[in-house]
Write a protein that binds this ligand. Structure first.
Ligand SMILES: Nc1nc2c(ncn2[C@@H]2O[C@H](COP(=O)(O)OP(=O)(O)OP(=O)(O)O)[C@@H](O)[C@H]2O)c(=O)[nH]1
Ligand SMILES: [Mg+2]
Length: 327
């Protein structure tokens, strides 16, 4: 990073986005970013890895850390997801704790305080999905937050937002900017994330699988890339840049053979649909053509397999169940 080349008025702030699964963390991040970067589905536990989502307002860089939803579980995969969420607060200047207004409120604070298992820096409560409540402004939220402070003393104030309608997002962004400290931007080359296009390609495939598949299948699906390479074509005219086509070969991992049949679908219709939708989103990201080759692999109990979990960017958690040796 060429700090000396940065503008002296630059400011930066890192904000961890926390909360239970499905409360709207990734949706809010995408709204603030103004792009569909991190994946969103109507299923819980969509986000599996912590990741930085970056945008700037004037000279202020805001790094939002998306995290998996914190929840109680004895499953190895879930323990590792929780660990990602807990690690997401490391180095954060501020935490936003999302509480879903369309669900019972106080239990969400209780569960979060039990699950986070570490001291938090300054924390703001963000009540989400206000569009789903008739009179959100009329709720006694100030009182609720006072009670929540007994559980989470680092809570300072609260916002009421909707990612669907965009309400109060401007006020939230402004308040975050006011907290930014003078200093260099961590991402000064226009990067929007610390994750690669390859990572987002796997995410966009999984997002479509989550959206299109029913019941418990999404939770037993993972995506690994086998090949990801950019191939230059011939330019139409001599002075043109050569067009780049990204060739991606990826496996959708499932737990059981019966799930393989469902993911493939009748005459391959399901995997084709997942592939078509994912390809369009990956093309929007790369700005070039994408050849996407998808196949389904049965990897029994992949969600307990240390080797596969490591490959998915989910290292062992402090409370991991046991080590699965590579065969
Ligand atoms: N009506 C309404 N729905 C919302 C809002 N924000 C998110 N949702 C929906 O809530 C669901 C979950 O949203 P996500 O953004 O994936 O939630 P998340 O907290 O990131 O979930 P995990 O990654 O699973 O922890 C999706 O179906 C969203 O469309 C909102 O402001 N209003
Ligand atoms: Mg998410």
């Amino acid at each position: 990073m060429l700090i000396e080349h940065q503008h002296p008025d630059n400011k930066s702030i890192m904000v961890a986005i926390l909360g239970a699964p499905n409360v709207g963390k990734s949706s809010m991040i995408n709204y603030l970013l103004g792009m569909d970067l991190t994946i969103v589905t109507n299923k819980a536990q969509t986000t599996r890895n912590k990741l930085h989502c970056v945008f700037t307002v004037d000279r202020t860089e805001i790094i939002l850390v998306d995290t998996p939803g914190l929840h109680k579980s004895n499953q190895e995969l879930n323990k590792r997801l929780n660990e990602q969420a807990r690690e997401g607060v490391e180095g954060a200047d501020l935490n936003l704790l999302l509480i879903d207004l369309s669900k019972e409120i106080l239990p969400q604070f209780v569960e979060f305080s039990e699950n986070i298992q570490r001291d938090l820096a300054r924390t703001w409560v963000v009540f989400s999905k206000s569009d789903r409540i008739e009179n959100a402004e009329g709720l006694p939220l100030a009182e609720v937050v006072e009670r929540a402070k007994e559980l989470i003393p680092s809570i300072e104030k609260f916002f009421v937002v909707s990612s669907k309608e965009g309400s109060n997002m401007h006020a939230l962004t402004g308040a975050i900017c006011d907290e930014a400290k003078s200093g260099p931007h961590l991402y000064d080359g226009g990067e929007v994330s610390n994750k690669s296009e390859r990572f987002f390609a796997t995410e966009y495939i999984r997002e479509q699988a989550f959206d299109l598949l029913k019941d418990e299948i999404p939770y037993e699906v993972a995506v690994v890339i086998e090949e990801y390479k950019d191939v230059r074509g011939k330019p139409k005219n001599e002075n043109d840049k050569p067009p780049v086509t990204t060739h991606i070969s990826a496996s959708i991992l499932v737990n059981r053979p019966s799930q393989r049949a469902i993911v493939i679908g009748s005459k391959g219709a399901m995997i084709k649909e997942i592939g078509t939708r994912a390809r369009m989103k990956i093309e929007a990201m790369t700005g070039g053509k994408v050849h996407l080759n998808l196949h389904v692999k049965v990897a029994p109990k992949w969600f307990k397999n240390n080797f596969i979990l490591e490959e998915l960017g989910l290292p062992r958690a402090h409370d991991s169940n046991r080590v699965w040796k590579r065969k």
